[in-house]
Design a protein around this ligand. Structure first.
Ligand code: SAH
Length: 216
């Protein structure tokens, strides 16, 4: 077992299992995904710590527990088509790609996605399709999506994403009026009804776009 594999096993035992991450498929995907490769070399030693890390351009990769929780909430079985808003360094996309059929991911910062695409190629993540755009508009050409995940926080759930969620379907996203007061939120569509359930307090970077925050 390599050193990083050992560190990942310890991360699962210390950070994920005690906090209720129990979906075996999610745990396996996390165990097999080299989180450090998505992060700049100078931060490799911290890659498996219980905190978010900077990924450049003022953005961050979420703490491992938050990635695991959001993924588990999607209740993936393996056949799904998923929309992700906020590709960032691509770690969350890589976890999802191991658990579903296809990931469509949208990022608004061009140089960030250019770097991330090279990592997807290097790790042979061929079921991830990405584009530069305002993800608050979704990706209508490929809708509906069985699951949607948003990894940046806006003031409300973007309506285009609700419209592009399949029935049945699950969306998980942080929502909050201020950066200190965000709630991880689960939106479930079933039999034509949409139910919204608050999960727990979180802290994410801003979702910037037509149905998010206005760019400064
Ligand atoms: N899932 C990412 C988290 C990245 S942080 C990871 O594992 O690294 C959130 C990302 O959302 C940032 O890269 C930010 O640029 C992006 N973002 C913010 N608003 C967006 C929008 N409207 N459309 C697409 N991406 C957006």
């Amino acid at each position: 077992m390599s050193n990083y594999e050992k560190v990942r096993t310890r991360m699962i035992q210390e950070q994920l299992l005690p906090r209720g991450i129990t979906d075996p498929a999610v745990l396996k995907a996390i165990e097999q995904t080299p989180r450090h490769l998505f992060i700049q070399g100078a931060l490799h030693a911290q890659a498996y710590g219980d905190f978010p890390l900077p990924i450049g351009h003022g953005q961050t990769i979420s703490q491992p527990y938050v990635v695991a929780l959001m993924t588990q909430l999607l209740e993936l079985k393996g056949h799904e088509k998923i929309l992700e808003i906020g590709t960032g360094c691509g770690y969350q996309s890589a976890i999802l790609s191991a658990l579903c059929d296809k990931v469509y991911t949208v990022e608004r910062i061009k140089p960030l996605l250019a770097k991330t695409r090279r990592i997807f190629d290097r790790l042979h993540k061929f079921n991830i399709v990405s584009k530069i755009d305002d993800g608050t508009e979704g990706w209508p050409e490929h809708a509906p999506f069985d699951a949607i995940i948003v990894t940046a926080a806006g003031p409300q759930v973007p309506q285009p994403l609700i419209d592009q969620l399949a029935d049945p379907g699950i969306m998980v996203l942080p929502v909050g009026e201020t950066s200190d007061d965000q709630t991880l939120t689960m939106v479930r569509k079933k039999d034509g009804e949409v139910t919204i359930t608050p999960i727990e307090n979180v802290r994410f970077v801003k979702l910037v776009g037509t149905h998010g925050w206005t760019p400064q």
